[in-house]
Design a protein around this ligand. Sequence first.
Ligand code: ADP
Ligand code: ZN
Length: 186
Amino acid sequence: MNIINGKTGWIEVICGSMYSGKTEELIRRIRRTEYARQKTQIFKPVLDDRYDSEHIVSHNQLKEPSQQVNSAREILQLLEEDTQVVAIDEAQFFDIGIVDVCNQLADRGLRVIVAGLDQDYRGLPFGPMPQLLAVAEYIDKPKAICVICGNLASRTQRLTRDKDTIMVGAEDIYEARCRDCHEVLD
Ligand code: ADP
Ligand code: ZN
């Protein structure tokens, strides 16, 4: 039986490869909260400043103003009293504290929408994403299109041989590929 008393918060995770439409979907959900006249705050980690430090930006040029934070804890410090929805982009770059922060917000009755890469360029789980997926009430995994074969793509192909897990970049270094076409260069 579902008991809905209007005070329940929850966590939604949108995850997938690069170009799968995570930010596009996050922005779509944010815009709908605006129609519903709900106060929404948008956060992203300092690390992600490739296009714009003051907005979240999708690869098809949608954008929304956002606040940059150095750590997950800072989200709690910047939270305004009347905020009902918290949206977080590029969650894979956060410290593991992001899991507790999202849980605390949801426990307080907020809707928390989190977007992030589920896998790194090797196809391995990325940062705190596995834990976020475990505690989320709702999960969506949009797919990109594999640039090699045209199938649905769940992986991010790095086009250079660099081995750092975090290497911020876009079309120049990464493309979307399916499981079959994805390869880890050595
Ligand atoms: P993500 O946040 O998952 O990296 P975005 O929401 O920023 O994705 O961008 C999604 C957009 O990327 C798509 O709407 C499309 O315009 C563009 N795009 C570029 N390459 C691809 C691809 N290989 N497959 C699907 N969409 C792509
Ligand atoms: Zn393919």
